[in-house]
Design a protein around this ligand. Sequence first.
Ligand SMILES: Cc1cc2nc3c(=O)[nH]c(=O)nc-3n(C[C@H](O)[C@H](O)[C@H](O)COP(=O)(O)OP(=O)(O)OC[C@H]3O[C@@H](n4cnc5c(N)ncnc54)[C@H](O)[C@@H]3O)c2cc1C
Length: 498
Amino acid sequence: MQAIKHVVIAGGGSAGWMTAAALKKVFGAKLTISLIESPSIGTVAVGEATIPQIRQFNQLLGIDENAFLAATAGTFKLGIEFLDWGKLKSSYMHPFGPYGVNLNGVQFHHYWLKRKQQGSDCAILDYCLEGCLAKQNKFNRSAGQTTKGPTPINYAFHFDAKRYAQFLQKYALDIGVKHIQGAISKVILNQDTGFIESVALNDDTQIDGELFIDCTGFKGKLISGALHVGFESWRHWLPCDSAIAIAAASIDELKPYTQAKAHKNGWQWQIPLQHRVGNGRVFASEFTDSSSQMDKLLSSLSSTSISEPNQLHWHNGRRLKAWHKNCVAIGLSAGFLEPLESTGLQLVQSAIMRLISLFPSKGFSQVDIDIYNRYTKQEIISIRDFIIAHYKVTQRNDSEFWRYCSAMEIPDSLSERIELFRSNGRIFRENNELFNELSWFSLLHGQGINPQAYHPLVDTLESEQLEQYLIKIKQMINHTAASLTSHSDFIQRHCASS
Ligand SMILES: Cc1cc2nc3c(=O)[nH]c(=O)nc-3n(C[C@H](O)[C@H](O)[C@H](O)COP(=O)(O)OP(=O)(O)OC[C@H]3O[C@@H](n4cnc5c(N)ncnc54)[C@H](O)[C@@H]3O)c2cc1C
């Protein structure tokens, strides 16, 4: 039960600095934390869109949100708009807030489905405050003038990835994390136990530690390079494995949402920041080549490009054990799912929280390690299924890529979920998975599945009552939206970047 006193973090990308900042904040003087990074290797520097859970991470660190957004040129994010996914010229929003209000234990969308079957042409997004605000380019942290007081709005952020890492670095150094610059050339293992004893840098400096956190990115210098933990590939379900990212000049209106527009061989993101727009063309290298995708990216930009293109390649999948012996892989070294739902930093954040709750002593209990690995696997698999569904639930057949995706075999767990929704609109959240019923509804309905039935309890409401119930919710949302100012105004007033 001897306490661990020295943690070595290898890697200074977002994962490394997030881990360093959180562990030092929580453990304080009880833990010495050294972070090693190699400026010559660099970071991927593309994680710019987040999901609302990031706010809990900021709260843990005690970060002032306005200062944080000003420092990272950040904007607010109320959801993701998907264009051309279910079929060409279709669109839907995956908003971060709920649709309507559940009634009698039945999810709101069942009531809406009945009204739709009765001929109403009301869009589901009209019943979601976050969705309405997104479409109107409006933002506020609370919903303003409701009779029962402000309702919090569920939001996340877009930010400049490089500035985010710098912000966290400053935070971590200020609270006492040690920063070592240099490339790790060798990992020294104990000959008897196979545990990591130290890492050696190019200049032969040796850094000892008791717990090593591998945040070295895709290559996993420690977890894979030294400990040889294998990797499970999900390429057959998620063929997009490449992206070209480029920054473009700001455009007038600051959208409070990410855009993900599907194309013949993948999709393209647009992320509005205060000082520029982040763009990235994601594609499946098996179906197309990078030079044609580069041309398409450059010709589709809504404003002048202001950076060199950054080409990225990855493998969708997971490390078979994120924690092995005295090494925990966090970030890209632990696995990666393409960025469609902005889950990369969330996986980092939840790994940190899991590590804190299962933090080892020098004895390293195998039960802790097994539980950590089990939950890590469970989490990434549930996100994986959510992302696969974007490619599977489509009527697109205008390219080899889409014909492959719509015909591919999918995991049984996902098939069952899709069939359940198709037959009666039901969705169940399993094992506290990241994406809840609202997210699944947005996706499955947004990509073209119209359930054949709704929940029978909906029929306990007379048609007139049902209509009034929906009208009232819509009115409240419209009233609130009308009282709020634009996203750009809000940023100017509270968190403009210098
Ligand atoms: C195309 C793309 C788009 C993405 N978009 C999003 C998004 O919108 N939202 C989101 O949440 N996530 C996104 N992600 C994921 C997100 O970028 C990563 O999860 C996040 O940046 C964490 O990366 P990392 O720190 O693990 O790795 P990296 O950024 O690669 O950092 C690795 C670090 O390890 C160091 N290093 C490597 N080898 C050595 C060595 N031998 N010695 C010393 N140091 C070493 C490097 O110097 C660097 O500091 C995206 C990823 C990709 C590929």
